[in-house]
Design a protein around this ligand. Structure first.
Ligand code: NAD
Length: 495
């Protein structure tokens, strides 16, 4: 199905509060155009329209951001947990109160349907709310002593200034997932958003300032990634780096951070398997595959990249999956009823086409879609491929687009081996009604997150993160704050 022709151009005057759309850098509590006065266009991927001209940070601007954070760190780090929680709670309330405007800004710069954008804002806000509470519970411990007259204690203290480098696919939630625990732990954070989507970052910073986040505790520096990344990773004043993005850039930043031995958390690429066993509930499996595969036009790190289906249920599953895929409505994210927006760029479309071409050349069948959508630009048809084999590009690499690649298998052992046969280990899913299989497969999958009978697994109270080349560290839950705290051991003698 098609939505109406793409003519919904974003106009900032439609925002209830147009002052949320900020095109300057936010450094040390002040908005600044950047010392070189250079700007980069921010483009609506659905229309190609330039919606803003974002300031580029220079080396000097980034250094000022770090210095402002260093200056703010002692006071923020020693503010009582109750006071930090209050500031964060106000930030959460403002994000929720402005969710419609934040969603419109997100859709304008990223393309996802407005309802999905709103869902992302609320999901991200959940991290601020959750960590506002958790900050009161960053307990230390008293360890039973080994020597008379001695006491052993641990304290969990802020690691210091932190930096976040975030991707374009979840421009709001990936920031809040990092800033929530960082601020709760008592760490200032300097955010470098993706060049495609800086406006979600600056809008969040504006709301943070209104909530009373002190100057220098939250800064946003957009601009040339390699230059900014080099400064953030080499500066000894930055003690922790939290990165979400590609494995390639993650490895580079990890190596760069080694020079000053920073604490590093990396949320990188995935190659998620979604296994459907013969005993699965077909409705649940199709719904889960749709949710996991086509959310954000297939541009998520937890998207099912390989749909691995057992022979006995294969044909029935494919038939139902096809029907659901063909019912998806592709259109501008601002159009009512739109379920799949454009891809982020022409390069993204080319990658999707390369993967489909390689699969077809290897013998796979295009059951549905397979090409550019009639809406043009970077809109792409929701696509279903069958007869995919593990060696094909579409099964080996993250396609990051609306392409479901179905691979057939016979036995449970074969499915597990196939699922684990990847250097990645972020999300995985399987569908079964057999309790024994639930345990066996759940334990055997080498992935940081395993969804059983569901395609939606994200929640701020649960730990999210990858194994193998999908990353190190966890976001969300009580474990997420560990990335921003040091565990200090106090050994007190002479008592
Ligand atoms: P990317 O790695 O190209 O970019 C991510 C961020 O890194 C952007 O802000 C970018 O400007 C910056 N960057 C790029 N080169 C840099 C450099 N040399 N130094 C410093 N910063 C640099 O990734 P992308 O294409 O924007 O995002 C898609 C990738 O992100 C996918 O692989 C996806 O799986 C991954 N991702 C992972 C998660 C997760 O939680 N694991 C979540 C979302 C996206």
């Amino acid at each position: 199905m098609e939505a109406d022709a793409v003519d919904s151009t974003f106009d900032r005057s439609q925002l209830r509060d147009p002052s949320l759309l900020r095109e300057d850098l936010f450094i040390g509590g002040a908005w600044t155009p950047g010392s070189a006065g250079r700007r980069t266009d921010v483009v609506d991927p659905a229309t190609g329209a330039v919606i803003a001209r974002m300031a580029d940070a220079t080396d000097a601007d980034v250094r000022r951001g770090i210095e402002a954070a260093e200056a703010a760190a002692p006071a923020w780090g020693t503010t009582t947990a109750i006071e930090r929680a209050r500031v964060m709670r106000r930030w959460y309330d403002l994000i929720v109160a402005n969710a419609d405007d934040l969603a419109a800004i997100l859709t304008a710069e990223q393309g996802k349907p407005l309802a999905e954008a709103r869902g992302e804002i609320l999901y991200g806000a959940g991290f601020v709310e959750w960590y506002a509470e958790e900050c009161k519970r960053t307990y230390g411990e008293v360890i039973p002593t080994n020597v008379a007259g001695r006491r052993l204690l641990t304290l969990r203290q802020p690691v210091g200034v932190s930096a976040a480098i975030t991707p374009w696919n979840f421009p709001s939630a990936m920031i809040l997932r990092k800033a929530g625990p960082a601020l709760a732990a008592g760490c200032p954070m300097i955010i470098k958003p993706a060049e495609e989507t800086p406006l979600s970052a600056t809008a969040l910073a504006e709301l943070g300032a209104r909530a009373g986040v002190p100057d220098g505790v939250l800064s946003v520096v957009a601009g040339p990634p390699a230059t900014i990344g080099e400064i953030l990773t080499s500066h000894p004043g930055v003690r922790a780096l939290s990165f979400t993005g590609s494995t390639e850039v993650g490895k580079l930043l990890m190596a760069q951070s080694a020079r000053t031995v920073k604490k590093v958390a990396l949320e990188l690429g995935g190659n998620a398997p979604l296994i459907v066993f013969d005993d699965a509930d077909l409705d649940a499996a199709v719904a889960g595959a749709m949710a996991s595969k086509f959310r954000n036009a297939g541009q998520t790190c937890v998207c099912a990249n390989r749909v691995i289906v057992q022979s006995g249920i294969h044909d029935a599953f494919v038939q139902r999956f096809r029907t659901a895929i063909e019912e998806l409505t592709v259109g501008n994210g601002f159009e009512d009823g739109s379920e799949q927006g454009p891809l982020i760029s022409e390069a993204a479309v080319e990658k999707v086409q390369r993967h489909i071409g390689d699969a077809v050349a290897g013998g796979a069948t295009v059951v549905s879609g397979g090409g550019r959508h009639p809406l043009g630009r970077t809109f792409f048809e929701p696509t279903l491929l069958t007869g995919v084999r593990p060696g094909m590009l579409v099964a080996r690499e993250e396609t990051f687009g609306p392409v479901a690649a179905v691979i057939e298998f016979s036995t449970e052992d074969e499915a597990i081996a196939m699922a684990n046969d990847t250097p990645f280990g972020l999300a995985s899913y399987f569908f079964t009604t057999d309790l024994g299989r639930m345990w066996r497969v759940g334990e055997a999958l080498e992935f940081g997150v395993v969804g059983v009978n569901t395609g939606l697994i994200s929640y701020e109270g649960a730990p999210f993160g990858g194994m193998k080349e999908s990353g190190v560290g966890r976001e969300g839950s009580r474990h997420g704050i560990d990335e921003f705290t040091e565990l200090k051991y106090l050994c007190v003698d002479g008592l």
